[in-house]
Design a protein around this ligand. Sequence first.
Ligand code: ADP
Length: 541
Amino acid sequence: MLRGMMMNEPLLVTSILRHAALYHADTEIVSRTTEGPIHRYTYADAWVRAQKLANALAALGMQPGDRIGTLAWNGYRHLECYYGIGGSGMVCHTINPRLFPEQIAYIVNHAEDRLLFTDLTFVPLLEGIAQELSGLKGIVVMTDRANMPESTLPGLMCYEDLLADQPGSFDWPDLDENTACGMCYTSGTTGNPKGVLYSHRSSYLHAMAACMPDVFGLSASDVVLPVVPMFHVNAWGIPYAAPMVGAKLVFPGGKLDGASLYELFEAETVTNTAGVPTVWLALLNWLDANRKTLTSMRRIAIGGSACPPVMIQRFREMGVEVLHAWGMTETSPLGLANMPKSKHAGLSADEALALAAKQGRPICGVRFRVVDGSGNDVARDGTSFGRLLVRGSTVCSGYFGVTESPAHQMVPGWFETGDVVTMDADGYVQIVDRTKDVIKSGGEWISSIDLENIAVGHPGVQEAAAVAVPDEKWGERPVLVVVRKPDSALTREELLAVFEGKVAKWCIPDDVRFVDGLPHTATGKLLKSEIRHMVTGPEGV
Ligand code: ADP
């Protein structure tokens, strides 16, 4: 074997921010702060402050490998944590504040976090669980002295005080690129949450993939606002991808309602954004109600759960391109992204929409297989379905602190996603369902996603979930649980009529139950287990 003769420069996230500070020094980072006002500074400023933070961490006695938790919205101080903590050889452990307090305590303790950085918003939450967080050496509130809260929490520190006296340059350690830099726990809809440890290398490679034209398509002329939170899978990699290309970053803080997002989108001329369908549903309703449209937006990435075709259509009518994408906490998250190929130029509007509603095709660097119950590949014909397996440099190989053999290794070396999908000859994957959500009727599988997409296509429907209810004859039958739009008088019969001709007769839901609201997970997905319970439980709707 003849080795290549190229320098072995490790892929470290620190080099991403250094690059932005050198060559996009005056490009802005704009944040809506928890304290209220809009904050503005530049990549050059962020680079200096990340180094101040790294010095502060060293002064507090933190060591390489230590896990440092964050409970924070999308904002500039959180960005400084990503780089200051990760660059120091420590692990920036982002925690989802929407989880139940006991889950947060479990996660902090399981990760053995030594310090916790928190936004003002979450101080009361921490006060409630402080007793259980015995391993923490301290809590840092991400604010200045003037805004420090009165609190019962012991040893509370002020972020700006910590940084104030530190030098703005830091001797970053020479790290192996496989060193961990970030950590995120899965939301734990089944069993306890599990910790995924991202490395510098995986984060760097993932950021490069995220920038590609058929993924987020980011460049130095873009303005990016990640709605997807920095506490869940690194905001889909945007805090690394944007500085890599020198895109201006806009952080929305904790205000994710339609009006607040619209205001920032327009004021900062945002061109790219990303988030889960629930957020876009709220934005679209607000835009409709206020007769507004998006004027600078170019591309919206939608993923985390299936993006209904009607949502793609509504954004298209505003001249905004939708990128449907698929990912998991375990895959950094981006794995599939949906942009058409040159050969699709002649598709009719309906065909193009059907294609765009698929979850996407593999991003280079992430390999996929679709297999049957015995682990054999199924045909790539767009109709044969099987379990989706994945592997690659941005896919987790195990979970933090879990020693027993990973249950996800159905085929050794491949991570089992838990999704049931089809793949066509061009590589486009369509999710039929998560394995646990699929409705099995008379031995056939009914896709809850298909039924939901059709239901939300009705103008009177705000949100819809399709769940299985036990049935003596068929095993399971689908039932729709629906939230009507505020002014809608939609009936069961009217809604069921729209399914005629769109799905096989036996796939049409047996019933429709109207409710005032549907429960969501901490990451904004329909909480199917609870919705099933709403229908089948003792107080069934
Ligand atoms: P959790 O597994 O805790 O819900 P993740 O955010 O890691 O958290 O969820 C990953 C899952 O989300 C995928 O396995 C898939 O079922 C679902 N998902 C992600 N993107 C899409 C999408 N575009 N369409 C349908 N489902 C999606």
